[in-house]
Structures are given as C-alpha cells and as structure tokens.
Design a protein around this ligand. Structure first.
Ligand SMILES: Cc1cc2nc3c(=O)[nH]c(=O)nc-3n(C[C@H](O)[C@H](O)[C@H](O)COP(=O)(O)O)c2cc1C
Length: 260
C-alpha cells in the first residue's frame, strides 16, 4: 500500500504552501496514509528517514544562495530511498534558483529514489515583501495543481524526469556570506509583546527564552515574518545590502518551471 510523505523545510511557509498543494492532488487521487515531515523543526532533522519502493515523497526546499539550504544536506544524504518515488520542488524568491533544483534531484537520485518530476516555484523573498510579493499566489497554486497531475502520471508509470534539469555541476559556489552564520534580527523592545512566537518558529533554536540569541542564525526570516507585533527586523548588514539589490533588480515576475 502506497504511503505519501510531504517533506519540506519552510521557515516562511512558501515552500510549505507549494508542497501542500502538490500533496493535496496526490492525496485526493490515492486516499492513502499521508505523513507530514516538517524539516523546519530541529527534531525532524535529527532522525533518519527510510522509505520503501511503493512510497511517494513530495519534497520541497527554498533556494538559499542558488543552492539547497546546506543544513539539509547531511539529512538527505542519510535518507534511504529504496526505489521510492520522489517529486522534488525548489521554491525561490524571484531572483533565480540556479543549481538548487539539480542539487536536490541529484541527492534524491543518489539515495535510491526515482525522481519522477521536479519543478521550481516562486515564493515571496524572505528578505523583503517587495520581491515575489504574496507568492505563491492563486496562479502559482493552480500551477502547482497542474504540475502535480503531470507528476502523478509519471509516478504511476514509474517514469523518471525526462526534460533536462536546469543547473550546472559543479554547483554554484556559496559566497562567504552565505556560508557564515548571520547576525540575528534585532528586537524593538517598545513593540515586543513577549509572545514567544520568534522562539517557536526559529528552525535552528537560536533564540532563548529571554530572547537572548546564539551564533546559529541562518537568516531565514521566520522570526521577522511571524512576529505579530512587527518588532523584529533584519540587522545583518549583508542581508540589508542584498535586500536593496533585490528590490532594485528582481521585481519582474518569474514563472514556475516544470521538469517532467
Ligand atoms: C539565506 C537566504 C538565501 C536566499 N537565496 C535566494 C536565491 O539565491 N535566489 C532566490 O531567488 N531567492 C533566495 N532566497 C529567498 C527564498 O528562496 C524564498 O524567499 C523562499 O520562498 C523562502 O521559502 P520559505 O517561505 O519556504 O521559507 C533566499 C532566502 C534566504 C533566507
């Protein structure tokens, strides 16, 4: 009996929306046991995943520096596919996905999955609401449904992705800024209501219970996006500089791409 797993890392929830939209189509067609593997949670990244041939995995991750977020690599390198079918999705902030989708597909193939379909979608940029604003939007979610139907047909026939994936090997080199940890977003004490949301949503547990921070910030933007009082803002100079560039250069709408 097929089992469906929706596996994603999604600090600001755009990847989660796309994977859920794809997963919904699969669920409605298969009506099978479905598990959500939310790798945004540290605990979910601290265990091994073993799949079986009849399993189907819809995987999604955001693009960080044109690559797969590197904190996922050890986890994916430990997954055991055993012939399970994978649908692989990258979600990027309207700049580019560079080699991220190829890198993800390579990892899944190396771990013994059959990659049946892959796609790149667009989400609002983690750094600014002016780039990829409110995406994925209704049009993106419709595209996710269309993609899922084509992906489902490939899964049923056991077909691998045929279209050549965009991206290069060796993968794009990560810049020194991308490789290093970030200065955590600052808190406006006049606004903070001490709700603890920022602590709960941080994927790397970088915020302590008195809002003290450690040295693990990956700059994902979850604490900024989900602060109900708008008390958190980016303070890392590299992020602020990148945000300016993005707002200047990356506002023309980009479209989802499917590799079937
Ligand atoms: C550290 C970091 C690096 C990023 N690098 C890129 C990039 O190279 N290209 C791009 O288009 N978007 C980039 N983004 C934006 C995210 O890919 C985008 O906002 C995505 O929708 C976030 O997914 P999530 O909402 O599931 O967290 C980056 C975001 C972060 C936090």
């Amino acid at each position: 009996m097929a089992k469906l797993s929706l596996m994603y890392f999604s600090p600001t929830h755009s990847t989660k929306k796309i994977v859920s939209a794809v997963g919904k189509v699969f669920f409605e067609k298969l009506l099978c046991e479905t598990t959500i593997l939310d790798l945004t949670k540290l605990a979910a990244r601290s265990r091994d995943y073993v799949f079986e041939e009849e399993d189907i995995v819809v995987f999604g991750a955001p693009v960080y520096g044109g690559r797969l977020p590197q904190l996922l690599v050890p986890l994916l390198q430990n997954c055991e596919g055993n012939g399970a079918k994978a649908i692989v999705v990258s979600v990027y902030g309207n700049r580019d996905y560079d080699d991220a989708l190829l890198e993800s597909c390579d990892l899944f193939t190396d771990r013994g999955f059959v990659v049946c379909a892959a796609a790149a979608f667009i989400g609002q940029h983690s750094y600014t609401s002016k780039v990829g604003t409110n995406r994925p939007d209704a049009e993106d979610l419709l595209a996710a449904q269309t993609f899922a139907i084509a992906a489902f047909n490939n899964v049923m026939s056991g077909s691998k992705v045929r279209k050549r994936l965009r991206g290069n090997r060796p993968y794009k080199e990560l810049s020194a800024t991308m490789r290093s940890n970030k200065q955590p977003p600052s808190v406006d004490n006049g606004r903070c209501v001490h709700c603890g949301n920022c602590i709960a949503v941080c994927p790397v547990c970088n915020i302590g219970k008195n809002l003290e921070t450690f040295d693990r910030c990956i700059g994902c933007g979850a604490c900024v996006r989900f602060c109900p009082a708008g008390a958190r803002s980016f303070s890392d100079p590299n992020i602020i500089a990148a945000r300016e560039k993005l707002e200047q250069n990356c506002t023309v709408r980009r479209w989802p791409e499917f590799f079937i």
